[in-house]
Design a protein around this ligand. Structure first.
Ligand SMILES: [Zn+2]
Length: 247
């Protein structure tokens, strides 16, 4: 697997220079997941998805996980939960994107596995994308009249392409309606997420505790649903990666 951390410096330089890979970066959280799922569910689910994609695109992708912890202030009543402040989290992601670009990697796909990261990341990713294009692309701004012209120029002339989504956003809503009963999908340690966990981490799910789920949304979870969901996630991300690579 093309995990950046396991290359030596010659291997990293040669792989990046020759293959011009896309970087796949998981983000998630270390936070309570009721009694039936493990605390590291969100970062480990995103990691497994990112690793599988890096394996599948072994010549064209590189995997790197800069952070385990995410933004989980709303779970801090439960010991073992970790949280970063929004500025810290976004600061690290910005610096990681900047370092990758300085290494010669211009395409970056962030795969998020945690609800609390969604809004901060959505705002941050738009700005990181623009900032990196502005800082690293040689764009002649002498003729620029408005900010709209500037944005057009950045998007047209820059090779930098930074994309971000959360894995549960990848599905067609009709696909989810067919297999998930829970109207609060994707939820937290819910039918959707618990199904994913039953497929990805069967030994880390406490099946007895599901019966007493205080939110009551995980009792319909099955590993079969989890496999359908997981396969769909990999298929949809593969399409995005394919598009990013051919751009
Ligand atoms: Zn979760």
């Amino acid at each position: 697997m093309n995990n950046l951390e396991f290359f030596n410096r010659n291997e990293a330089r040669d792989f990046i220079n020759k293959n011009k890979p896309l970087a796949i970066i998981p983000t998630g959280s270390v936070e309570q997941h009721l009694n039936h799922l493990f605390i590291g569910m969100d970062i480990n689910s995103a990691t497994k998805i990112a690793e599988e994609l890096a394996n599948k695109f072994s010549k064209d992708a590189i995997f790197y996980r800069p952070l385990n912890v995410g933004i989980a202030e709303h779970h801090m009543a439960f010991p073992g939960t970790m949280t970063l402040r929004v500025n810290t989290f976004i600061g690290v992601l910005t610096d990681v994107a900047n370092s990758l670009i300085r290494s010669g990697i211009t395409k970056i796909l962030f795969i998020n596995g945690h609800g609390g990261n969604v809004e901060p990341m959505r705002t941050a990713m738009q700005n990181i994308n623009l900032e990196m294009k502005g800082v690293h692309s040689n764009i002649d701004t002498s003729e620029v009249r408005t900010h709209v012209d500037y944005m057009e120029l950045l998007n047209k002339d820059s090779k930098i392409d930074i994309k971000y989504t959360s894995y549960w956003e990848m599905h067609d809503p009709n696909f989810i309606k067919k297999i998930i009963n829970d109207p609060s999908y994707p939820g937290h340690a819910s039918e959707y997420e618990t199904s994913v966990a039953l497929h990805m981490f069967p030994n880390l799910v406490d099946k007895e505790a599901i019966k007493n789920d205080p939110l009551g949304t995980s009792t319909d979870a099955t590993k079969e649903k989890g496999k359908l969901i997981y396969d769909d996630i990999i298929e949809k991300y593969s399409n995005i990666i394919q598009e990013m690579l051919t751009d």
